[in-house]
Ligand binder design. Structure first.
Ligand SMILES: Cc1cc2nc3c(=O)[nH]c(=O)nc-3n(C[C@H](O)[C@H](O)[C@H](O)COP(=O)(O)O)c2cc1C
Length: 345
């Protein structure tokens, strides 16, 4: 019977084509469902500050930045808009700082010090407002009660700072750097010093992120056999994976986001960080190649396990880092004309 069906199918190319398309469509549908429900489950489990495990440093610090950044932004609006603002964010900031102290988190943490710096600037602003208004008077009292227990912030935590105008050749310098960065698929057998990665990461940290929460996490691997195992999970390194001396996995801490409406932020913030990181590595004489993490849920979990990456982190991409081998060539990778890109309205 099976042979008969097979024979009928082989005699009819149209039927064969139809069956193949149906089978592929079914497989795609199953995969789509698995990927969507995986993301949905992970978002529900890790995105959101309302969870009881909200005490973790990463979440608490993200929430703190989120609130104090509202004050910091408000202090930089055009002068005509600088009427009294910020009572609620200030209360949230004070409340979180109190919890921070109650939970024994470090007062030396940058995030804590930055919060105090913002509150000082905001207090100075509130002090210029009409103190006969109850909101103004109450806010000032609350701020002073907190800040009186702190020494004045060091200069590096004082905000706002002056906008810097750059010299005219800045574009040319950045253009030359961007032109020289090309995905490299042939690395020299030479270790990459961790100090260089740190230097590049320090620059990449200057990337913008939603409410400045800086949700990025960078996992670095330089053990050859570990890299080899990790690369087996990834389909875009064939032919050159064995030359990669250092592998980075760029991730985003999903716990930095307040709820699922922020679902697009992890890849967005991560992408901004990644671009700066690539350029910084390039400027330090290193070569790179992004390696897509387009994987099904099962492989994503294998990546977490093998890379020792916590579940609250979303893996965004693998990244090969090293020195380009002698005589390496790279694709031209011509760019589209601007008319394909810009739509004017
Ligand atoms: C998210 C992302 C994933 C990528 N994945 C791979 C990959 O798996 N393998 C590979 O050889 N190149 C990969 N690339 C490199 C692209 O092919 C490359 O960036 C593009 O062709 C432009 O070339 P350029 O980077 O040299 O300017 C990836 C790039 C990005 C941004």
């Amino acid at each position: 019977m099976v042979t008969l069906i097979k024979n009928v199918i082989s005699l009819s190319p149209g039927l064969k084509h139809f069956l193949k398309r149906s089978r592929d469509g079914y497989k795609r549908g199953v995969l789509r469902y698995r990927c969507y429900s995986y993301e949905k489950k992970r978002n529900a489990a890790h995105m959101g500050w309302h969870r009881p495990n909200n005490l973790a440093y990463s979440k608490r610090s993200a929430e703190l930045i989120f609130w104090y950044h509202k004050l910091e932004k408000g202090l930089c609006l055009p002068p005509e808009n600088r009427r009294f603002f910020g009572r609620y964010p200030a209360q949230q900031t004070l409340d979180l700082l109190t919890k921070w102290n109650r939970d024994g988190l470090s007062k030396q943490a940058t995030v804590y010090k930055a919060a105090v710096g913002v509150l000082e600037a905001y207090r100075d602003f509130v002090a210029t407002q009409d103190s006969t208004k109850p909101d103004v008077a109450a806010t000032l009292t609350e701020l002073e009660a907190f800040l009186n227990g702190h020494e004045q912030s060091e200069q590096i935590y004082r905000t706002p700072i002056e906008f810097k105008h750059l010299p005219e050749d800045s574009y040319d310098i950045l253009y030359a750097l961007s032109m020289s960065r090309r995905s490299t698929r042939n690395f020299r057998d030479q270790r990459v010093a961790m100090a260089l990665v740190e230097k590049a990461a320090k620059l990449a940290q200057l990337s913008p992120s939603a409410c400045n929460r800086q949700p990025w996490r960078l996992h670095i691997y330089d053990d050859k056999s570990h890299i080899e195992q990790m690369l087996k999970l990834q389909n875009g390194n064939r032919g050159f994976g064995h030359t990669i001396p250092m592998l980075a996995v760029v991730c985003c801490d999903m716990g930095a986001f307040f709820d699922s409406t922020e679902r697009n932020e992890p890849p967005l913030d991560g992408g901004l960080f990644l671009m700066s990181f690539l350029l910084a590595l390039q400027s330090l004489g290193l070569a790179t190649c992004c390696l897509n993490w387009c994987v099904d849920p099962k492989v994503d979990q294998q990546g977490h396990k093998l890379g020792n990456i916590p579940q609250n982190e979303k893996i965004l991409t693998f990244l090969a880092i090293g020195y380009a081998a002698e005589d390496t060539v790279v694709p031209l990778s011509a760019r589209r004309p601007l008319s394909d890109l810009i739509v004017t309205h």
